[in-house]
Structures are given as C-alpha cells and as structure tokens.
Design a protein around this ligand. Structure first.
Ligand code: C2E
Ligand code: CA
Ligand code: CA
Ligand code: CA
Length: 286
C-alpha cells in the first residue's frame, strides 16, 4: 500500500485495470489493423561519427489506432509476439522498409549520396520462423535492393545460448551479404567470447552506455567499459553503433572512444521517410 496522502490502504489499482482492458482490446484489434493499413514506419538516421554524414536509417514501426492514436511499438510488439502476428507484421515492415530504401536510391538519381542503408528489427519469433530467409531474398529481389544495403537487428537476449539451428538462417543471410546487428548490446549476459560464434557484423551498444556519457568527463569506469567493448568489437571486425545519443557531448565522447555510427535525438527523432531524405541531401550538399 502507498504511504502517501489519503490513498494509504488502497487495494485496487484502477490504472492497472485500465491497462489490462486496453491490452485485451489491442490484442483483439491487432490482426485487422494490419489489413486496414493502420501501421506505419518512421525512420531515424544513422550518422557516421567521424564525418557526420547520414549513412542510413533504422525502421521503427508505429500503430495509428483509430481510438488511441499513435501507439509506440513497446505497447503492441509484445502482444504481436504473443499472438504470432509479429510474423506477418515483421514481414510487412521488412518489405516496406526495403521499398523505402529503393525509393531513396531512385530519388538520389542512383547513388549520388552513396547508398542509404536500411536497418530493420527482427523479433525472436521471426528468427525461428522457417520462411525468414526466403521472404528476405524475395523482398530484396522484388525491389532490386542489394543485400548489403540491409541490416537486420536482433537483440542480444534473443541470441543468448542460441544453438546452431537458430543461427543457421542468420548465417545464410550473412553469407548473402546482409548485415546482422546485435541490438541492445551490453544489457544481456552474453559471454563476449561467444561473439565469435555469431554471424554478426555490427554491435549496437545499448542506450544505457550513452546515458553514462552524459557528464563530461564521463565516469572513468564507464569509459573503460565502452573502450574495452569497442576495441574487442574492432578486433573481431565488428562495427559499433551507439543509440540514444541526445547531446553533442555524448556524441563527442563516443567518437573519441572509437564508435563508428550513432543514432539519437541529437541528430533527429524518428520521422517520415521524406525527412530522412532531406537530412541526407542537406548533409551531402553541405
Ligand atoms: P530499439 O530497437 O532499441 O529502438 C530504439 C528506440 O530508441 C526507439 O524507440 C527510438 O525511437 C528510441 N530512441 C531513438 N533515439 C533516442 C534518443 O536519443 N533518446 C531516447 N530516449 N530514445 C531514443 P521506439 O521507436 O519506441 O521503439 C522501441 C522498440 O520497439 C525498439 O527498440 C524495438 O525493439 C521495437 N521495435 C520497433 N520497431 C520494430 C519492428 O518493426 N519490429 C520489431 N520486432 N520490433 C520493433
Ligand atoms: Ca533496434
Ligand atoms: Ca536498440
Ligand atoms: Ca532498446
């Protein structure tokens, strides 16, 4: 029971009830939402820390719910995973995003800006779904996008203790040239030596590390940890992306520590595809 105010021996939690009701409502509405076209994707730029150029974007799905307005993925991705809708939804996100990468390329008149790469999140359920490799190949062929323009982000926790069966489709994709990124890196308990076994080429350092770079100079222990991760990653030929960069001081610290690419509100919030293209254009033309 709460100690504050007159609410002391409150037993019911009306907010929790409301949340449960909404959760139930959202779960029932999910399957038709895909058919009704209620999902849309925002794109957040990935910026090269060395020269500040926009190198690509991460696709982040949103649900424009007719009653509740725009819902963030944290509200519905877990429900979609629970009901299995994540497989068709994830396939839709992949197809839309790869099409978008193609549209950016066409709008550039070929590769005037250098190819913008596209990062797409994969849920653990998609990893174990037998159609993953074939769906991805078909989408790339249909859109005429090269495999090396695509990066699939898989969370560290999804791959902890992964056996060979789980890694096989990722290996196939990696052999084709698709990049695999280990998302939210540093939050799980993965054995660093285990990294060698995984077909990944990018580490996405979790936002918690970026947050600890808020003060200048940052906590010396945090600095050492990030420094160690970056040097290990580079020794294993992995690129390091940092997420959640909100200030110039964080960007500068992380650049000095050797991180390769950054993402965060300091550069841009996730936004519509036109916005990403504008950012990339401004960047290329000075
Ligand atoms: P994530 O993959 O770790 O994505 C990064 C999240 O950090 C995004 O939240 C992004 O909007 C947010 N972010 C970006 N820059 C900043 C910053 O500077 N400061 C702060 N505080 N936050 C920042 P979002 O869009 O709400 O997505 C949440 C999570 O939902 C994603 O985390 C990802 O795990 C999942 N998700 C999003 N789209 C998809 C999808 O298409 N499929 C799957 N399976 N999961 C998705
Ligand atoms: Ca991600
Ligand atoms: Ca992440
Ligand atoms: Ca995250």
């Amino acid at each position: 029971a709460k100690a504050a105010g007159g609410n002391r021996f409150e037993l019911a939690d009306p907010e929790a009830d409301a949340r449960a009701i909404t959760r139930h409502g959202l779960t029932t509405a999910l399957p038709t939402a895909l058919d009704r076209g209620e999902f849309f994707i925002e794109y957040q730029p990935l910026v090269h820390l060395g020269d500040g150029s926009v190198r690509g974007a991460e696709a982040l799905v949103r649900w424009l719910h007719p009653q509740h307005g725009v819902l963030s993925p944290d509200r519905f991705i877990p429900l979609a995973e629970h009901t299995g809708l994540i497989v068709p939804l994830g396939r839709w996100v992949l197809e839309q995003s790869v099409r978008q990468a193609r549209a950016w390329r066409d709008a550039n008149g070929g590769d005037a800006l250098g190819p913008l790469r596209i990062n797409v999140n994969l849920s653990p359920c998609q990893l174990t779904h037998p159609g993953l490799v074939q769906d991805t190949v078909e989408i790339l062929e249909r859109t005429g996008v090269a495999p090396d323009a695509l990066c699939l982000e898989v969370t560290e926790s999804a791959l902890i203790g992964a056996d060979d069966d789980l890694l096989k489709p990722l290996r196939r994709l990696a052999e084709m040239g698709v990049d695999i990124a280990l998302d939210d890196f540093g939050t799980g308990y993965s054995n660093l030596a285990n990294l060698r076994r995984l077909p990944v080429s990018v580490l996405k350092l979790d936002r918690s590390f970026t947050q600890s770079m808020q003060q200048f100079p940052a906590d010396p222990v945090d600095l050492k940890i990030v420094e160690g991760i970056v040097s290990l990653a580079h020794n294993l030929d992995l690129a390091v992306t940092v997420e959640g960069v909100e200030t110039g001081a964080q960007a500068e610290q992380l650049r000095i520590l050797g991180c390769d690419t950054a993402q965060g509100w300091y550069y841009a919030r996730p936004g519509p595809p036109e916005r990403l293209h504008e950012l990339a254009l401004v960047d290329a033309t000075g």
